[in-house]
Design a protein around this ligand. Structure first.
Ligand code: ACO
Length: 427
């Protein structure tokens, strides 16, 4: 294919460069278009817009491919673990044994919250959603380590490794501190020995005299985090990059990403899935009425469909079997898992879902595992945020290292033309 495209407008033609990524995706380069023609491109929702070149994650939505730094998600899910994947995303390469051990130690050191950060979480309004608490907690954390969040890009980059370890370590602690506050329990310090997920589960749920954390549960949680670790230019990651492009530090950039993730069409979908499955269960419907109402546009089958995947989300495939294993390890049966399986089976044979290429996404099964583990529904998105943190951080670093411009889209104005101000008496 030619590396040039031509745009004709009246008698004038404009030549646009076509460039190709390492997986042969092609893009029209419109960077000179406004300067040359006075025109902008219009792409409401950005479905056709490449906002950057990135080396973090590759997705082929039609084929159902997801790779972090070139490694297939299924292989990472089988052979790696969350903290190793954090380093892969942050640094671009799998770590050596020494690098991984040193990162694990750093994370373990940071897993206890500074007293003033703990106090700030505990003094937030009781009505605040855990995602609001998480974002505010992140900003408070930055305030406790001012040398790691200076808004001086060179300095923030120099201290990035410490900031990244601190954030990855502290998010579970912030989540657990908020959870214990909501349940009226005292903050629980991290275990003296215990891996990342064991510590988190203990800080969330452990009571005096409890037996040690079931390794199958910490393994399932580790897998959920790993599968959420990055997903290229989604809403929250783009938000993080947007904030970072203005020169803001990693704590502020991630706090913005947490807010972006909160919505029900993005990270909030895992909560919405459980609410939907519970509603179906309580109504006595076997799922068919719900499918019908989704087809009529009266509701959405939450956990189905994806802007990028027009095929089975590879993460959902892995979680579907992890879900069976986790429930078996817990020794519980879940009536909503049966409903989920039935909904999937029916939807995948229904022309409405087939024609629109709507398949289960990562949220369809993750909520069932989290619910079985005892996580309250309103913390599900917080767990997504903990998993996504290394991805946000890797994108923050990419912008800090390579971004030259502040991100600033344009618009087509469709409002009133110039008019005269009327005094309040004349309105
Ligand atoms: N249930 C029923 N119909 C659906 C669904 C669904 N879950 N998703 C899309 N459709 C239909 C739309 O009604 C539309 O139909 P039409 O062409 O007849 O009007 C068509 O499929 C295309 O839908 P869009 O909304 O244009 O697709 P888009 O790519 O913008 O949306 C999204 C993707 C937001 C994920 C959507 O599929 C959805 O709302 N899914 C449910 C929420 C969800 O699970 N979100 C999690 C996404 S994954 C993540 O963020 C981690």
């Amino acid at each position: 294919m030619s590396d040039k495209a031509t745009l004709s407008l009246g008698d004038t033609t404009y030549s646009l460069n076509v460039f190709t990524g390492t997986e042969n995706e092609q893009a029209l380069d419109v960077r000179q278009l406004r300067k040359d023609s006075g025109l902008i491109t219009f792409d409401d929702g950005y479905g056709n817009t490449g906002s950057c070149e990135s080396s973090v994650t590759y997705i082929d939505g039609d084929k159902g491919i997801l790779r972090y730094r070139g490694y297939d998600i299924a292989e990472l899910a089988k052979k790696s673990n969350f903290l190793e994947v954090c380093l892969l995303l942050l640094n671009g390469e799998l770590p050596s044994k020494e690098e991984l051990t040193s990162f694990e130690q750093k994370v373990a050191t940071f897993q206890n919250l500074p007293p003033e950060v703990l106090q700030s979480v505990q003094s937030m309004p009781a009505g605040l959603h855990p995602m609001g608490s998480l974002g505010s907690g992140l900003q408070a954390l930055g305030g406790s380590f001012p040398h790691l969040c200076t808004n001086d890009r060179a300095k923030d980059l120099e201290n990035f490794d410490d900031a990244a370890a601190l954030i990855i370590a502290s998010l579970p602690a912030l989540a657990a501190a908020n959870h214990r506050k909501m349940t009226g329990e005292d903050y629980k310090h991290p275990l003296s020995s215990g891996n990342y997920c064991e510590n988190f589960l203990s800080m969330m749920f452990s009571q005096e005299g409890d037996s040690p954390i079931n390794p199958s549960l910490s393994k399932a949680l580790d897998l959920i985090f790993l599968l959420h670790a990055d997903h290229e230019q989604n809403c929250s990651t783009s938000t993080c990059r947007m904030i970072a492009s203005g020169g803001a530090n990693p704590f502020a950039s991630l706090a913005g990403a947490v807010s972006a993730l909160w919505g029900p069409l993005h990270g909030g979908a895992n909560m919405a899935v459980i609410n939907m499955l519970n509603d179906i269960h309580q109504s006595g419907d076997d799922g068919s009425k719900f499918i019908q109402s989704a087809k009529e546009g009266k509701s959405r089958l939450m956990g189905f469909g994806h802007r990028v995947y027009r095929n089975y989300d590879p993460r959902a495939k892995i979680l579907k079997s992890a879900c069976d294993q986790a429930l078996e390890a817990l020794g519980v049966s879940s009536p909503i898992l049966d409903i989920a399986r039935r909904l999937e089976e029916v939807a995948l044979q229904d022309p409405y879902f087939i024609d629109r290429k709507l398949y289960p996404n990562v949220d369809f099964y993750s909520g069932i595992i989290l619910q079985a583990m005892g996580f309250p529904t309103n913390t599900f998105t917080v767990l997504f945020a903990i998993g996504r943190a290394p991805g946000w951080l890797a994108h923050w670093k990419e912008i800090a290292q390579t971004g030259k411009k502040i991100h600033r889209p344009r618009q087509i104005y469709q409002g009133s033309n110039l008019r005269d101000y009327k005094t309040i008496e004349d309105r």
